[in-house]
Design a protein around this ligand. Structure first.
Ligand code: ATP
Length: 762
């Protein structure tokens, strides 16, 4: 039998939230694949020092790591590894411990070091043998070192990936702080200059600006076109002012802009000065800290799993790769190309070639910069369209509230105003629209007031009100008449499956009611993430974050009090998306979803497994376990019944309780990811509607693109015609897409949760 492969994982460079999830995933996936798992403690320092800093890991060693911040295996900056002698010792230690492959989670420095190590590997071995440090026999089976990178960095500064492990957690922390600061800024009419991390990369500052609707953002890659001081003089004037500045921000001449300088300008009391009461807040290390948000746990886990697969697939000829994400797709990419592009980007900033710097960032970055500029320059824009091209666009929210709805409406209104369109708010969904007819002077259709809307960037719920009623429920004729009466040229819907159903109804009624022949576009927003045409809907990230923090607390209580299993019921309608993803993010022992149903055999297998793990525990670790069950996974086995069955079977060896978070899952303040994506996608929706122009009735009817859903599919943002989705993509009875893109993740949850093979229901 061939010896077991030995795969080691380490974290290096600055710590970032999610690193522990990556290590857990690598360790468990390695063991699952029949290999031995190792951790190198303290980054490259551990490789150089060897001995007990390189440790074999068992399955249970990484229990509970998903919810821990920082990195539990330590990280260090290691000067010795920069030099060949240090790497020589590291190579010797690796050979002596028999490790075949190394998975490194760190920033561009760590990954550069990793690639250098791999390329030098044959010469390092040769030298070790020639100096007698190792024998030819010892190195015989170690001719190739396999290395795969995971990008762990809060700055999101590596080219070639949309997100790095930790960046969304850092962004969440920043936005939380900005939201707090905003409250005090408004109360005291103060200006705040908030400095965030990012010496070479403005991602955190930019996204924080987009998510919070900050008044000014300064980043390294894209200085303002005009003199920033004059810009500020022109535009400041609100009750509160929030400025977000990245550490490495530059002006158009390439000169650094510091928080102090901005403060001096805002606080200048001389004649003509702004004279604002201004404070600086430097967020510093709080940005790195804390537990990882749901997205980072998911990213780290899936990338950790992919890294192990990449290691096992690799041959000596395989180029060193790292694991990236493009929109929603996990992919392997050549490492050195990404590192070279990252360096090129910093150099471009240094040499003031800002066009090049921007082009080296991913497409989302540029999109978000444009979105940011659009939503903060609403009333001073030179992008205005000629009168005859301006449209009247109705905005409507349909279904339950979801995080990001308001951010989407705000951004779309901003875009409309900057182009000269007339955005109209239809309050309280189709029900509100229908009720308005004929009576009240202040009806449910009203123009937006930008001063009010501007404050919606981080608000939860739905400011224009939402309702589940479909246009067919209110009477299609009435809705068609109202659209005509208001002269709407287009309709922008934000909502979940009901919104999807609404467009479908209106599309089908076009023959009967010509006024429905206007372009309509849906931006999916629902915690259930069950809208056909997209793999992501607004609100689902907020919901996952709520669930993850809920489960973390429950798990802590389950572990602290007694040996206890909590059975948690999640929302999601007939889609198991949030149950599965939160299962992935919290390390659930089992997840029950409607797509699979629940059978007695499954319950039995899971109960037997729980008995086994609690038996093996010997009471040493007070183990808390979580089981997640979607609200509609079974007509009979609900959370309470499952908890009762487990309790009965446990015979007092462990406890079981059910817990139902309910509407908490809709979340309070939407997550930054939901807010940022809301802004980007909403603007794209209005641009899409705009492409039809006004009075498009005649040609719209036959154009399948006139009723669409915007969505993220794999690595792309796409508009899919409703007709196509209705006919081939929708499981109507179950109100979900026919194809659940995330189903493959169930397997990962089961593998990493140690769930036994269980009989699938028929
Ligand atoms: P962060 O994004 O937090 O800065 P990083 O991985 O870029 O993370 P660095 O301090 O640049 O952080 O690198 C971490 C460690 O990686 C260094 O202390 C060093 O041991 C190793 N390293 C970095 N660059 C190289 C290199 N060019 N050659 C060899 N080793 C390197």
């Amino acid at each position: 039998m061939a010896p077991k492969k030995k795969i080691a994982v380490m974290t290096s460079g600055g710590d970032s939230p999610g690193m522990n999830a990556a290590v857990r995933a690598v360790v468990r996936m390695t063991i699952h694949m029949g290999c031995d798992a190792y951790c190198v403690y303290e980054g490259y320092e551990g490789l150089v020092q060897g001995s007990n800093l390189i440790r074999k890991m068992e399955w249970d060693d990484v229990r509970g790591w998903l919810s821990e911040g920082g990195t539990l295996i330590g990280t260090a900056r290691c000067m010795a590894f920069y030099e060949r002698p240090g790497r020589l010792t590291a190579a010797k230690n690796l050979v002596l411990s028999g490790i075949d492959a190394l998975i490194i989670c760190g920033g561009d420095g760590s990954l550069t070091g990793a690639d250098k190590f791999r390329s030098e590997w044959p010469s390092l071995l040769k030298e070790l043998v020639s100096t007698g440090e190792l024998t030819a026999d010892q190195v015989k089976d170690c001719q190739h070192l396999n290395i795969v990178g995971l990008v762990g960095s809060i700055d999101n500064d590596l080219a070639g990936t949309d997100a790095t492990i930790g960046c969304y957690s850092a962004l969440a922390r920043i936005c939380e702080m900005v939201d707090y600061i905003e409250a005090t800024a408004s109360s005291h009419s103060r200006a705040f200059v908030i400095e965030v991390m990012g010496r070479h990369c403005g991602w955190l500052a930019l996204m924080a600006g987009v998510a919070t609707g900050a008044d000014f953002v300064f980043i390294p890659e894209r200085p303002r076109e005009h003199d920033w001081k004059e810009d500020m003089h022109r535009k400041i004037g609100k009750r509160k002012t929030i400025v977000i500045v990245a550490e490495g921000a530059r002006d158009k001449n390439g000169t650094k802009i510091t928080a102090e300088e901005i403060k001096d300008l805002l606080a200048d009391k001389s004649e003509g000065g702004l004279a604002l009461d201004t404070r600086i807040t430097t967020l510093g290390h709080v940005q790195r800290g804390g537990t990882a948000v749901a997205y980072d746990r998911m990213l780290a886990t899936l990338q950790g799993v992919e890294a192990v697969k990449a290691v096992l697939d690799a041959t000596p000829e395989t180029e060193t790769s790292f694991i990236a994400i493009t929109e929603n797709q996990i992919v392997r990419k050549p490492l050195m190309k990404a590192v070279a592009e990252t360096k090129k980007c910093s150099e471009a900033v240094d040499s003031k070639d800002f066009e090049l710097a921007m082009s080296l960032r991913d497409s989302e970055f540029e999109d978000q910069w444009n979105s940011y500029m659009l939503t903060t320059n609403v009333l001073v824009n030179d992008e205005i369209l000629p009168e005859e091209s301006r449209m009247k666009i109705g905005f409507i929210n349909v279904g339950a509230p979801a995080g990001g709805m308001n951010a989407a409406v705000r951004a779309a209104v901003a875009y409309c105003l900057s182009r000269g369109h007339e955005p109209l708010a239809i309050h309280n969904g189709f029900a509100g629209f229908a009720r308005h007819h004929g009576d009240k002077p202040m009806g449910s259709v009203r123009p937006f007031n930008w001063l009010e809307v501007d404050g919606w960037a981080s608000k939860g719920g739905s400011e224009i009100g939402t309702n589940r009623e479909l246009p067919g429920d209110s009477g299609m004729e009435l809705i068609a008449n109202l659209i005509e009466e208001y002269g709407l040229d287009a309709l922008f819907l934000v909502g979940g499956f009901e919104a999807f159903h609404s467009i479908s109804q209106m599309r089908k009624a076009r023959d009967q009611y010509p006024s429905l022949c206007i372009p309509m576009c849906l931006l999916p927003a629902t915690v259930s993430n069950n809208v056909p045409g997209t793999e992501y809907s607004l609100g689902s990230d907020t919901c996952l974050n709520e669930l993850v923090s809920y489960c973390d607390k429950i798990k802590q209580s389950a572990s602290a009090t007694r040996r206890r299993v909590f059975v948690i019921e999640t929302q999601g309608g007939r889609s198991g998306y949030i149950a599965t993803l939160s299962g992935l993010d919290v390390g659930a022992s089992a997840v029950y979803i409607p797509e699979e149903g629940i059978s007695l055999e499954m319950l039995n297998a899971d109960v037997q497994h729980l008995k086994k793990v609690f038996n093996n525990d010997n009471g040493q670790s007070r183990a808390g376990r979580l089981i997640l069950v979607n609200e509609k996974a079974s007509k009979v086995y609900n959370a309470k019944l499952i908890a009762d069955i487990i309790r009965e079977e446990a015979h007092d060896r462990f406890e079981s309780r059910e817990s139902i978070p309910g509407h908490v899952q809709q979340g309070g303040v939407p997550s930054p990811m939901d807010r940022c994506r809301a802004v980007r996608l909403a603007i794209k929706c209005i641009q899409h509607l705009e492409s039809f122009g006004c009075n498009a009735h005649n040609h719209v009817k036959k154009d399948p693109n006139s009723t669409t859903v915007i969505g993220i599919q794999g690595s792309e943002v796409v508009f899919t015609p409703m007709k196509e989705l209705e006919e081939t993509g929708t499981d109507w009875p179950n109100r979900r897409p026919k194809l659940a893109h995330w189903m493959g993740l169930s397997e990962v949850v089961n593998i990493l949760g140690g769930r036994p093979e269980y009989p699938k229901p028929e």
